[in-house]
Ligand binder design. Structure first.
Ligand code: GLN
Length: 220
């Protein structure tokens, strides 16, 4: 079975570990470089991306993780984890602690993007590649993906009725906001599938990505 680590510095670590185990992975918390070296894939949970940046430095994991991602380690980031996997974070305030994203996904993310009118919301959305109907998605001070490079596949969007509302009408702008993406073996969602009990389809999808990667390495 694939060994899948969950970055265990903060956030919803236990929920991701449990979901991965239910999908047949050997799931382990990762706090040290030696633990990182032993995994076939890694999950970056939600939390707070400036704090996660700081903790990655404190635990001397930032460079080892960046290097493994650059070498093709399969990864899945939810919410703050999505932010960490991006190439760039939009409009960072130089007065505030910075997020230093790891650059595994060729995209620009906007933090707390839905937050002006509602902090958090839940919806059901179609998720490309995940069978069995719409996925229940929980958004908590979530980012959206603002720009994508040519290698990125968009897996899910939501209508922007929760987002920026420049003319204050309260109506949807009609724009679909990107909330799930994949680039090769790297997956990210703005929302938290680990918080929805009894539906592991997104985790199963990631475990399949890791397995496919292991198989192709074995046959290379
Ligand atoms: N708002 C957080 C950030 O910017 C992410 C929130 C979450 O992970 N639920 O990092």
């Amino acid at each position: 079975n694939p060994v899948i680590g969950v970055l265990a510095l903060q956030g919803g670590v236990a929920e991701h570990l449990a979901a991965l185990e239910r999908c047949g992975a050997d799931a382990r918390p990762v706090r040290r470089a030696e633990e990182l070296a032993a995994v076939h894939g890694i999950v970056l949970p939600g939390g707070e991306s400036t704090t996660m940046t700081r903790l990655l430095d404190t635990f001397e994991l930032y460079e080892p993780l960046r290097e493994r991602l650059a070498a093709g380690l399969p990864a899945y980031g939810s919410c703050a984890g999505m932010i960490m996997l991006a190439r760039e974070v939009a409009d960072q305030d130089p007065e505030l602690p910075a997020v230093r994203p790891l650059g595994a996904l060729d995209m620009v993310v906007r933090r707390n993007a839905f937050g002006r009118q509602v902090d958090s919301f839940e919806t059901h959305l179609d998720f490309a590649g995940v069978p069995g109907g719409p996925v229940h998605a929980v958004f908590i001070r979530a980012p959206w993906v603002e720009e994508v490079g040519p290698e990125i596949d968009v897996l899910a969007t939501v209508p922007d009725m929760h987002g920026d509302d420049p003319d204050s009408t309260g109506r949807s702008s009609g724009v679909g906001r990107i909330v799930a993406v994949q680039q090769g073996s790297v997956l990210a969602t703005s929302f938290h599938p680990e918080l929805v009990g009894g539906d592991e389809r997104v985790h199963r999808y990631f475990v399949q990505i890791v397995r496919a990667r292991l198989d192709s390495a074995a046959h290379a």
